[in-house]
Design a protein around this ligand. Sequence first.
Ligand code: VGL
Ligand code: ZN
Length: 209
Amino acid sequence: MKNLIKILPFLFMALSCNTEKTLKMETGSVLVVVDELYDFIKDGALACGHSLEAVAYTKELIEANPDIPVLFVCDHHPADHCSFVAQGGPWPPHCVAGTRGAEIHESLQPYVMEELTFNKGCDPAVEQYSGFDGRNAAGESLAQVLTTLEATGVYVVGIATEYCVYNTANDLRNAGFAVKVVEKGLGYVEEKGHVETLSKMRQDGFTVL
Ligand code: VGL
Ligand code: ZN
């Protein structure tokens, strides 16, 4: 018993060192959540690797940073979108407007605000991997709203690393925003492509946390 009391403080220290603290986002920055939609998650039409983990981490990140605005980018296709196999595109039908597959995961629903939600890929003839091309219900672009919010930096999480996350991050950076991609919050089509995209982004000078 005495020995146990002696080692207790050390045991406590060891355990608390192991619990990593959730990332604190810089004041003045915003979080952009890309395509954390049912069709990209678990058993969805285009289910991606690490997607449920990405959603869980995104929720954790939001809750640990209650003052940071959260912007959602959403793939939102018509049923005959050009990116679908039937139209000669590379993908199975996914994120069709009005279906469950196009909805943001329920665990993130409490944080969704219409004016901070941006749909993309709405034109049947145009593929849009970048959230930069998205528009909110009022027709405003992501860049416009970031300017209104006076965002100094943008953290990016979401699905899929190789496509929409990469293109969104790249366009944001080209528009002059300081972009930080948060690895724990990413899902991917293929792990190899995910790893390659991350190393390309690091080489190009992105911050990957
Ligand atoms: C995406 C494939 C097709 C993405 C969207 O969100 O990365 N990938 N549409
Ligand atoms: Zn799509």
